[in-house]
Design a protein around this ligand. Structure first.
Ligand SMILES: Cc1ncc(COP(=O)(O)O)c(C=O)c1O
Length: 476
């Protein structure tokens, strides 16, 4: 499909631009989907699990047992691994300890958890500030709280939405500054947009929230800051202590792990005082349940009601360790299942390599796409300002049809509004098509994907078997 010249040029670019960042050929051997020949360029939805993480489920079988609910050696061994996974997660994101970590099913559930936990603290006249580029998971819960739940209790809370520049896909920070005031209890903002790709200015947002003057019930005078890290954590160095965010959410299925585990980081003093989101077993303290009073368990188990996703948590935490190994030395298991302490310097080096490599893929994709007739690529032109995805539309073509046609040539993409419903409506487009890259993609794959897109557009090729799911009207 590609000319010899094209391939040589792509290989050269691969060597030059990605030198010293990631050993992609070694990384690729770890992924069954890649060795099978798939061009997996829908990584903003979910990444692929490496073989060793899928195998870990089976390796855990001999000690299969519940945690915190048995005295057998198997239960003790499983409890140890489960609790250790909280330490790994805390270390990777720079949290002080496991006490800062709550595990949920995904980012969406983490956002709902904060909303329900914090709901009773909102006072009549308070507001929440969000952005027009939020994923539905960080808009709809605040919408529901403000419009449907709190008004039933006579509490009126407003949500305010920060605009973006439609040309650059960057947040209008002056607008954000004008919306945050001394009644802003919380600012909930996306770290990197899953549609524009824009990486938002986290420290500037922190400055604004610190200066709001909102009086929290514990006497702090500032607005809380929830950072949606679903698209940030997979490919960017994130240190919650340095960023000083109050809450961070992300999903492990976008960071090499299988489906089912999401993280909510929270500052310890906030998790200590907030109400739990879910109530029941294990989140209560020993001998602290009576007909008159219930006392909650210590952190982090206060936020772990009922039997947790034990294997999911263990395997997900190991995904961080695999990511470190793949970025630093894909031939060795220095971190995977070794219990080795995760130092900040190692995370920094690994994630800087990931950022640099995936950024070079995005830069290449933007360059290649820009010569396609009638294409509009959303978000910043500069790959340094964005994460590793491009969303686009082509004049006269239904994005779902483009994605179907790409699929028929073996290129995996996603069309829809990517749950960025507010941004799509604001731009007055029903949907867009998106290609997104991760550590196992090569420059050659990016070139192939864009070359095929170019061919589909220029030759007006349509899918032989279009999806049945509603074309451009697909909503998520
Ligand atoms: C920025 C962002 N936030 C939140 C989510 C929701 O993640 P999940 O579906 O794992 O809850 C996504 C998923 O695409 C996302 O990209």
């Amino acid at each position: 499909m590609l000319s010899q010249d094209h391939l040589i040029q792509a290989a050269f670019i691969s060597m030059v631009e990605t030198e010293c960042t990631l050993d992609v050929q070694a990384i690729r051997k770890h992924f069954p989907a890649i060795t099978k020949g798939r061009i997996v360029t829908n990584n903003a939805a979910s990444t692929q699990p490496p073989r060793k993480l899928s195998e870990l489920f089976h390796q855990l079988s001999p000690d299969y047992e519940n945690v915190h609910r048995g005295q057998s050696n198997a239960s003790k061994a499983m409890t140890h691994l489960f609790e250790e996974s909280y330490d790994t997660i805390a270390d990777f994101i720079g949290a002080p300890s496991r006490r800062n970590i709550a595990l949920y099913r995904n980012t969406t559930e983490a956002h709902n958890a904060i909303m329900y936990s914090m709901m009773t603290e909102f006072r009549d006249g308070d507001n929440v500030v969000l952005t027009m580029m939020e994923h539905n998971s960080n808009y709809v819960p605040w919408y529901a709280m403000s419009r449907e739940i709190l008004p039933k209790f006579g509490v009126n809370v407003e949500y305010r939405i920060v605009n973006f520049d439609p040309e650059t896909g960057e947040l209008d920070m002056a607008h954000m500054a004008s919306l945050i005031d001394k009644r802003t209890k919380l600012v909930a903002a996306i770290g990197a947009s899953n549609f524009f790709g824009t990486k938002n200015p986290v420290s500037k947002i922190r400055e604004l929230t610190n200066a709001s003057g909102y009086e929290q019930p514990n006497g702090e005078r500032r607005s809380y800051f929830l950072l949606d890290g679903a698209q940030l954590v997979p490919s960017t160095y994130v240190d919650v202590s340095a960023l000083d965010v109050d809450f961070l959410s992300f999903s492990f299925h976008k960071i090499l792990a299988p489906f089912g585990v999401g993280v909510l980081y929270g500052k310890e003093h906030l998790l200590e005082t907030m109400r739990p989101f879910l109530y029941g077993g294990d989140m209560v303290g020993n001998n602290q349940v009576s007909a008159e009073h219930v006392g909650y368990n210590e952190l982090p188990w206060k936020y772990s009601a009922g039997t947790p996703n034990i294997l999911g948590a263990i395997v997900s935490a190991q995904a961080f360790r695999v990511l470190l190994d793949l970025a630093l030395n894909p031939e060795r298991d220095e971190y995977f299942m070794t219990g080795k302490k995760i130092e900040r310097a190692a995370v920094r080096e690994a994630m800087d390599r990931v950022t640099s490599y995936t950024r070079s893929l995005t830069k290449r994709a933007i360059e290649q796409a820009s010569s396609i007739p009638g294409i509009r690529i959303y978000g910043p032109k500069d790959s340094a300002k964005r994460t590793s995805l491009i969303a686009f539309n082509v004049d006269g073509r239904d994005p779902m049809g483009l994605a179907d046609a790409l699929n028929e040539f073996g290129v995996e993409s996603r069309a829809g509004c990517h749950c960025a419903g507010l941004a799509h409506r604001n731009l007055d487009i029903p949907a867009s098509c998106r290609l997104s890259f991760y550590i196992y993609n090569t420059v050659e794959e990016v070139d192939t994907a864009l070359h095929i897109l170019d061919k589909i557009v220029r030759e007006n090729i349509h899918a032989k078997t279009p999806s049945l799911s509603g074309g451009a009207l697909a909503t998520s």
